[in-house]
Write a protein that binds this ligand. Structure first.
Ligand code: NAD
Length: 490
């Protein structure tokens, strides 16, 4: 099937590449020409394990193209994915300017029946709003160049689409006639996790499809058929990197209306964020009461009604999704006059966790001014270079404000993020962080950090203080090496 993916960020790039791998004809579009240039030369603009293998393979097989030419891509493809960012506005609501811009472009360029798939996380009601924008723009531009459409009579979808044109081009007599091409909007929220995005796309827990058009949902099911039936073959190069978590039974497809699909995404992220804030609140009680949160989390996680996932106490959640999605849901609720007391608490507990680390630093070092602190990990979680709303950044900035000298190391983040205080010294090697340090803080649980030779590295430190912000390191071993070790909730 012929698919155009607009926005080649973490979601769009992975979606486009995985759809090309299962045999579809994909054009990925971005208005960032540097990004497209990189991709065309086989350089990945983001860090995501396995992505480079699939990009190169599918560029070579011509299943995958990259372009900045949004008009041609919309015209030539049948299914248009919107995968642009929906960052938070200062008041916490979702900024929809990029989605709006793309919807206008679709309206301006629509030339045959299209399915417009909203994969960006958008507030409820956005699917209808996208339809209105597309319609407004179809009507303000009469999209008459039907010859641009690369009409392919052998393509089933296009045959269907031909029948679905509300006003077939043949009925137009003069250029000034108003055309109204039919299109359907589908909400297909994304649940991939950065770091395991490719496996999550190929082996998802579920696929959610929301639309008022049964026909559009059926076409989307056809698009995802190899994934739903788990009938595709994982290429050998990828098998070396990804766990072969192929399912033996079909992937559940949740067919629903637009609004419910949009709500599923916000509710899922809010629930996961709630689980983490819950365990962090319990961790804070454990810390005072002398219990060990790791044991407590294990004990409750064995209960099948609770489950073990998302029960790791630490410095809290961050990234490009949870913070903005939980905030956006509270804003949506407020529009309906609903006060989100639980979600407000979830957000507050999370921001307190970051400040608690700074308090722990003050308790350990007493005077922070002039002290040298090493930070292990900047990205908001391991196996990604994404630093959006990363807890490490808030912690570093607060410590610099208190007069600390910060050296930081991350296995993949090599550029100082904009939101990070530029006084931060980025170290090329992990051992540099330990040089003369009064304290080490582990902020991201990269596997590399578990295997460090702490015995050797501790000799480089001025004081053997360590705060394990993710309860990730071997506490007993560090204590035996003479470290003054503090975790979270234990
Ligand atoms: P991103 O910022 O990494 O990528 C967005 C891309 O869209 C950028 O490359 C940008 O240049 C491009 N873009 C913006 N306007 C454009 C336009 N008019 N034309 C063409 N390209 C344009 O964002 P992301 O992390 O991929 O997130 C995309 C959406 O998916 C968001 O709504 C996000 O909430 C949601 N989501 C993200 C994740 C995740 O883990 N990152 C997971 C699930 C859902």
């Amino acid at each position: 099937m012929k698919v155009c993916v607009i926005g080649t960020g973490y979601v769009g790039l992975v979606t486009g590449v995985c759809l090309s791998e299962i045999g579809h004809n994909i054009i990925c579009v971005d208005n960032d020409s540097e990004k497209i240039k990189k991709l065309l030369s086989g350089v990945m603009p983001i860090y995501e394990p396995g992505l480079d293998i699939l990009v190169l393979k599918n560029l070579n097989s011509k299943n995958l193209q990259f372009t900045t030419d949004i008009s041609s891509a919309i015209k030539s493809q049948d299914i248009i994915f919107i995968c642009v960012g929906t960052p938070p506005r200062p008041d916490g609501s979702a900024d929809l300017q990029y989605v709006e811009e793309v919807a206008k472009q679709i309206g301006n360029n629509i030339n045959s029946y299209k399915i417009v798939v909203n994969k960006s996380t958008v507030p409820i009601g956005s699917g209808d709003w996208v339809s209105i924008i597309i319609n407004d723009n179809i009507n303000s531009n009469n999209n008459l160049n039907s010859n641009d459409s690369n009409y392919d009579p052998n393509n089933n979808l296009k045959n269907d689409s031909k029948n679905n044109l509300k006003n077939n081009n043949n009925s137009l007599n003069k250029k000034s006639d108003i055309v109204s091409f039919k299109f359907d909007v589908v909400s297909n929220p994304e649940f991939l996790r950065e770091g395991t995005a490719i496996a999550d796309t190929f082996f998802p827990d579920r696929i959610v499809l929301g639309s008022s058009s049964k026909e559009a949902i059926n076409i989307m099911k056809k698009l995802y058929e190899p994934i739903i039936n788990q009938s595709f073959k994982v290429c050998d190069e990828l098998l070396k990197i990804l766990p072969n978590t192929k399912n033996t039974s079909p992937i559940p497809v949740v067919e629903t209306d637009l609004v419910s699909a949009e709500m599923i995404k916000y509710a899922a992220n809010s629930f996961l964020a709630t689980k983490i804030s819950f365990i962090n609140e319990i961790a804070n009680i454990c810390e005072k009461a002398g219990a060990d949160i790791k044991k407590v989390a294990y004990g409750i996680g064995l209960d099948s009604r609770i489950g073990p996932k998302f029960l790791n106490a630490g410095i809290g959640w961050g990234g490009s999704c949870f913070p903005k999605d939980v905030s956006a849901l509270t804003k949506i609720a407020a529009e309906y006059g609903i006060s989100t007391q639980l979600l407000n608490a979830v957000i507050n507990v999370n921001s307190q966790q970051r400040h608690k680390v700074v308090q722990k630093v003050q308790e350990m070092l007493k005077i922070v001014k002039g002290k040298s602190i090493g930070i292990l990990g900047i990205s908001f979680k391991p196996n990604t270079d994404d630093t959006r709303d990363a807890p490490a950044i808030t912690i570093i900035n607060n410590l610099i404000n208190l007069g600390a000298k910060i050296k930081a190391y991350d296995p993949v983040v090599k550029k100082i993020p904009e939101s990070l205080n530029p006084k931060t010294i980025f170290c090329p090697k992990v051992e540099d962080v330990f040089d003369g340090a009064d304290l080490i803080i582990l902020a991201t649980e990269w596997e590399e950090f578990a295997n460090l030779d702490f015995c050797r590295l501790s000799k480089k430190m001025r004081e053997k203080n360590l705060i394990d912000g993710r309860n990730f390191l071997d506490k007993e071993k560090l204590l035996s090496l003479g470290f003054n070790y503090i975790g979270i909730g234990r």
